[in-house]
Design a protein around this ligand. Structure first.
Ligand code: ADP
Ligand code: ZN
Length: 628
């Protein structure tokens, strides 16, 4: 038995370690360095919290937790207090007296976990304080959370993280654990180098999130599609909707509100107080939909986010996976839904082209974008592709006929509802040769809409003016719909067989080296037939396996208790100024409601009730249950 199991049970009230937690905790508590790669929701926090508690109990002093998220430190520390752990934070939201008081407790060795942002940790003053703690044997461990922030290949680069190498230089004998949910090989190598973790043991977990259902739909009218998705699957449930720009965020939030959904905007353009207010509402109230730019979400540990929707395509798979990973931390069924269209491809390419970054950097970014495009265009299991991107082979398979085994997860759109595939090779050749002929004839490039008009034989003013009705490809694809051609163009761009060039605000198409094999008919282009909404929805209800709410299986009496317990919890949370789930998770309340406890002993074994919570809330919980 791990010597740390008693801490898990007593402090956090959980039965057993999850996945690799035990190995990591044993290693770090014994003073080893570690790099921990675990998907969002995998349980990273305990990987440094339990070693911190164990080491503090052995008289080794404080663990410094480096976290970029000042706005969340209050709740993180509050959650530890609820569990009876001596935790504190130092940041700019504290008054000078509060900060002074915390520093005094720190220097006396009274704090087990101290949270601070990297810019504070690396100041001369703070490093001096650490030095003094170390001299007295009271500097136990460094935990570097969100470690991918150190890498410019990650999607949340924070220059302040670079300064953290100083911890190793000045405190070589103090163990360090770095944790992240971003794990592509490039970022991982960069973290090791930047933080000088060459000798650290690496713990890489499976990145699979089996309770999340992935779906990527073709974008038509994105907001309407989103509304239907929410109404069909997630009425009154908490979710996050990601949009590219601040303006889009405002528009979409407004439209959702008009449709009767409790939606709030979040982006870097809002005043800090308003941002914090919206974040608190999302964390503290039930069923809020946050419409946000990617400025929102890091470190948000709300367990019952039931869906994450992307109305615009992210930059790469790391970003997509991290953002979608914020759904379903409680392990219950959740959705990752994205609407994706030609314009997304064009926009993302343009942003890379127009960025002032070095060419080498742009090349890496293009490669990453291509991988995401391939995921969006895929006709096979999305989960297998996602995991493949992180270097993991998905083991689930199914005979797809004739003894050919294909990856199959049973919980993504392509597995649940295999798309009809049509051969777009002929349409692709017609589009590519039109791009070629236009360029020949007019010595300049043209955009997607004009190219499709020529192929479909539409006599627009522009076509006439340019004389493009004289091209040999004019009207050769009259039997294709615009939607079909659009899909082919998207696929060609995703394949790298066509490039989008932007100049003076105009996007023009141009051929690439990759165009040739398609033009010659050596490479075929297979496309997904667009799926209609009803089709997806039918398969959704059919395919749902896990319940989406913790209380789904409660009988009538237990449900009454559950409702009363929730009301009680809301009151306690308000008094403590903390999110309700910090007091007890829904799953814990549901288990209590089910157990109909008569005594404190009945409460003891329930997952999520540690010693401190039993002591603080046990009697109240029993009273609520008796009165229900
Ligand atoms: P991460 O930081 O990796 O995204 P968290 O540390 O927030 O994930 O953990 C996700 C959720 O899982 C939290 O609600 C946490 O309380 C819960 N959890 C973590 N480890 C265990 C465990 N061993 N048993 C039960 N629940 C756990
Ligand atoms: Zn699948």
């Amino acid at each position: 038995m791990s010597p740390h199991l008693p801490i898990l049970r007593e402090v956090f009230g959980y039965d057993a370690f999850r996945g690799p937690q035990q190995d990591i905790i044993d290693h770090v508590a014994a003073g080893g360095d570690a790099l921990v790669l675990m998907p969002t929701g995998g349980g990273k926090s305990l990987c440094y919290q339990i070693p911190a508690i164990a080491r503090a109990r052995n008289g080794l002093g404080v663990t410094i937790v480096v976290s970029p998220l000042i706005a969340l430190m209050h709740d993180q520390v509050g959650a530890l207090h609820e569990a009876g752990v001596e935790a504190a934070f130092l940041n700019s939201t504290l008054s000078s007296e509060e900060a002074f008081d915390t520093e005094r407790r720190l220097m006396r060795g009274e704090i087990t976990l101290l949270y601070a942002a990297p810019e504070r940790v690396t100041t001369a003053k703070f490093l001096g304080q650490l030095e003094s703690l170390r001299e007295r044997g009271l500097l136990s461990l460094f935990a570097i959370d969100e470690a991918h922030c150190v890498s410019q290949w990650g999607h949340d680069f924070r220059p302040e993280y670079r300064g953290l190498a100083v911890l190793h230089e000045r405190f070589a004998h103090v163990p360090r654990v770095a944790l992240t949910a971003t794990a592509d090989a490039l970022t991982r190598a960069d973290i090791v180098e930047r933080l000088q973790l060459q000798d650290a043991r690496q713990f890489v977990s499976s990145f699979d999130r089996p309770n999340i259902r992935y779906a990527i739909v073709e974008k038509k009218d994105a907001t309407t599609q989103l509304l239907r998705f929410i109404e069909r699957e997630h009425t009154d449930e908490a979710g996050v909707v990601y949009c590219q720009s601040r303006k889009r965020v405002e528009e979409v939030a407004e439209q959702l509100v008009q449709a009767g959904i409790r939606a709030l905007p979040y982006h870097a353009g809002l005043a800090p107080e308003l941002r914090q207010k919206h974040q608190n509402a999302f964390l503290r109230e039930d069923g809020v939909v946050m419409v946000a730019t990617i400025a929102f979400g890091m470190g948000i540990d709300k367990p019952d986010v039931r869906f994450v929707a992307h109305l615009d395509m992210p930059k790469n798979i790391e970003g997509y996976y991290q953002e979608t990973g914020r759904a379903g931390r409680d392990g219950l069924a959740s959705d990752a839904w994205m609407a994706y269209g030609l314009q997304d491809v064009v926009n993302q390419r343009r942003m890379i082209d127009e960025s002032p970054a070095a060419e080498e950097f742009k090349q890496v970014m293009r490669g990453k974008l291509d991988a995401l495009l391939a995921l969006a265009e895929a006709t096979d299991c999305r989960r297998a592709r996602l995991l493949g991107y992180f270097g993991e082979t998905y083991s689930g398979q199914q005979d797809s006929g004739g003894g050919i085994y294909m990856p199959y997860c049973g919980n993504c759109d392509n597995c649940l509802n295999p798309p009809e595939v049509w051969d777009g090779t002929d349409a692709a050749r017609k589009l590519l040769s039109t791009v070629y002929r236009c360029q020949q004839a007019s010595r300049s490039g043209f955009g997607a809409a004009h190219t499709m008009d020529i192929v479909r034989g539409k006599l627009t003013d522009k076509v006439r003016q340019r004389g493009h009705d004289q091209l040999s490809t004019f009207g050769v694809g009259a039997d294709y719909s615009e939607q079909q051609l659009r899909a082919v163009l998207r696929q060609l761009i995703a394949l790298g067989a066509l490039n989008v060039r932007s100049e003076d605000g105009f996007n023009t198409l141009e051929l690439t080296d990759g165009s040739r094999p398609v033009l010659r008919g050596e490479q075929s282009v297979l496309l997904r037939e667009s799926v209609t909404a009803e089709k997806t929805s039918r398969s959704k209800s059919k395919g749902r396996t896990a319940p989406t709410v913790a209380a789904a299986n409660l009988g009538q009496e237990a449900m009454v208790r559950f409702i009363h317990l929730k009301a009680w919890r809301a009151e306690v949370a308000r008094e403590h100024n903390l999110p309700a789930y910090v007091i007890f998770h829904d799953a814990t309340l549901a288990a209590i409601a089910e157990a109909a406890p008569q005594s404190l002993a009945d409460l003891q074994g329930i997952s999520g009730i540690g010693t401190k919570k039993l002591e603080a809330y046990g009697e109240q919980v029993l009273q609520v249950c008796r009165a229900s």
